[in-house]
Design a protein around this ligand. Sequence first.
Ligand code: GLN
Length: 199
Amino acid sequence: MLVGVLALQGDFREHLFALAECGVEAIAVKSLEEINLIDALVLPGGESTTIAKLARTFGLFDRIQERIQSGLPTYGSCAGMILLADRITGAAVGQESFGGMDITVRRNAFGRQVDSFEADLNMTGITAPAIRAIFIRAPWVEMVGSGVEVLASVEIDGELHPVAVQQGNLLATSFHPEITGDNRVHRYFIETICKAAVA
Ligand code: GLN
């Protein structure tokens, strides 16, 4: 199995490192040839508008969208979650996403006070202890369709906001497991989601 990490902008190196630590073959993906080659895809954290624009500029956008829609197991963290969302609230004018997940995400959802923060999260599919989740100008999920499972949420002012969601082969987190050295989310993606897709 070959996992590609979209390497146009953002923290793709951290994802490549985390995947390598999980013992899976992973490559940085920047061309159509590479997109056609991979068995699974990771969309990194960064700036979702920039990543989408660069994907357009380099002629990759439609093919990535097509592959996700035809079942390519894909994991998106933070900006990657936004890129996987069918609908974006607080989007930049003309902002595009690859889509595939029946979710509405709110960009920069946590507001100024908690622009960036850390929290211990329990996540379905990940055995204890809790995950130390790092949020950096992160989105949250505002609405999920019926096929979407919420794996983890954060409580703000008494309200629960989903920050980890799965829909079939697609996984998205508002936070960045790739920068913590804890590879359990990557392992979950590889061992549970990708294996199920290959089987
Ligand atoms: N706020 C960024 C965006 O909208 C996401 C931030 C991140 O990936 N850490 O794309």
